[in-house]
Write a protein that binds this ligand. Structure first.
Ligand code: GDP
Ligand code: MN
Length: 371
């Protein structure tokens, strides 16, 4: 019998903390102005780094999409870094480069596959590019033509170190219902960015001030992501690392979307466990109260909160089975019925991802993942 009050408390904390945080961020932080010095006329040199591993199916479409950016071609360069693709990706890139001589496009080849982050670091180490701003993107992303110019103008303010775009999902070329949840998610990221920085960034488009990447000693390789981790390192170094809502890019949903989310959650968990310590160990850490608040709440939401739901569910189930408690039965039935709501279902799946990811992390983390 005493199981129920505990189970109920855990559930209330699990749902209450993120709801309260979301509500606060949305009503207090989100409406704030950026308070940054934006400048449409600021046109630095930009280098786009596109890592590829077996992307023959979509690589041409991706390069065409970058080519169509509304940004002066003489200020733009592309670096494709490939890690021994076996499906003809490189041949397609070479052909594309021959056919598009009016844009600088370099190809870097790794002899064997070590993962996306090592590949990007390999590219950064060659230091063969002219851009003041380095943008990472991904083969299965699509940008609107105005993406780059609207991202770049934020760098006119020297306090800005990293800018990422908001993301929506596409399935077979069409928007999906997944975006219902995604819109809450994007709003929270932007709200955190208005306050200081968001600890979670998006691989389909993330732009860095180049010097900063070298100051942090290239991308940390412990998480396997090229977005949230280096962006948060920049934020802990005292720069703003922001997500803007002015640019929205698209990402394709893949067949194994659930397992892709688990893999990304694995990276995020390691990110929250290690990144602050990492920055301190490199003597780059600069204290900011605003950032600490955001980091601690997101840390709680990713590391602790999913387990409160798991524990609460287990306790209700136990109390149902051991004492046939109508209250527990009622709560569990309600929880199941609510799964009819898309936003709630996505939330629950997200918690499941984080729990599975934490367990998988005990074994190993995927730095180079199957496709
Ligand atoms: P997701 O977006 O998180 O699901 O990850 P993707 O599978 O789309 O990978 C992100 C980008 O990194 C894609 O453009 C991949 O082709 C590329 N990529 C993945 N693994 C490697 C790798 O080992 N080496 C290189 N060079 N690129 C990789
Ligand atoms: Mn991708």
């Amino acid at each position: 019998m005493p199981l129920e009050p505990l189970a109920l408390t855990l559930a209330l904390v699990h749902f209450g903390v993120p709801l309260a945080y979301y509500w606060y961020a949305k009503t207090v932080w989100l409406p704030k102005p950026w308070n940054l010095k934006l400048d449409e006329a600021y046109k630095p040199k930009v280098t786009i780094i596109l890592p590829t591993y077996n992307e023959a199916r979509i690589i041409e479409e991706r390069l065409n999409n970058l080519y169509e950016q509304d940004y002066p071609k003489e200020l733009l360069s592309i670096v494709v870094v490939d890690s021994a693709s076996t499906d003809g990706t490189l041949e397609l890139v070479e052909k594309w480069v021959m056919e598009h001589k009016d844009i600088e496009c370099k190809i870097l080849r790794e002899k064997c596959r070590r993962g996306m982050v090592p590949a990007i670091n390999y590219a950064l180490k060659t230091n063969e590019f002219s851009g003041d701003i380095i943008v990472f993107t991904d083969a299965d992303a699509l940008w609107p033509t105005t993406a780059l110019k609207n991202i770049v103008k934020y760098f006119a303010d020297e306090r800005v170190g990293v800018v990422t775009a908001s993301v929506t999902y596409r399935k077979c070329g069409k928007p999906t219902t997944e975006n219902v949840y995604r819109s809450y998610y994007n709003r929270l990221r932007v709200a955190e960015s208005k306050k200081h920085s968001t600890p979670i960034h998006n691989g389909p488009l993330i732009a860095f001030r180049k010097d900063l990447l070298y100051k942090m000693g290239l991308l940390p390789e412990y998480t396997g992501n090229d977005d949230s981790t280096p962006a948060s390192v920049a934020a802990f170094m005292g720069y703003r690392a922001i997500q803007i809502d002015e640019v929205v890019v698209e990402e394709y949903i893949r067949k194994k979307q659930f397992w892709r989310k688990v893999r990304r959650s694995q990276h995020l968990i390691i990110h929250f466990l290690k990144t602050k310590k990492y920055v301190k160990s490199k003597n780059l850490y600069k204290y900011s109260k605003d950032l600490e608040i955001i980091w601690r709440i997101e840390w709680f939401l990713h590391i602790v909160n999913p387990w409160l739901l798991a524990a609460s569910f287990t306790l209700f189930l136990l109390s149902c089975m051991t004492s046939l408690s109508p209250f527990s039965f009622g709560v569990l039935s309600m929880g199941t019925l609510l799964l009819g709501s898309k936003a709630y279902r996505t939330w629950i799946l997200q918690q499941l991802c984080l729990v599975i990811a934490a367990i998988k992390n005990l074994k190993s983390i995927e730095i180079a993942w199957s496709k």
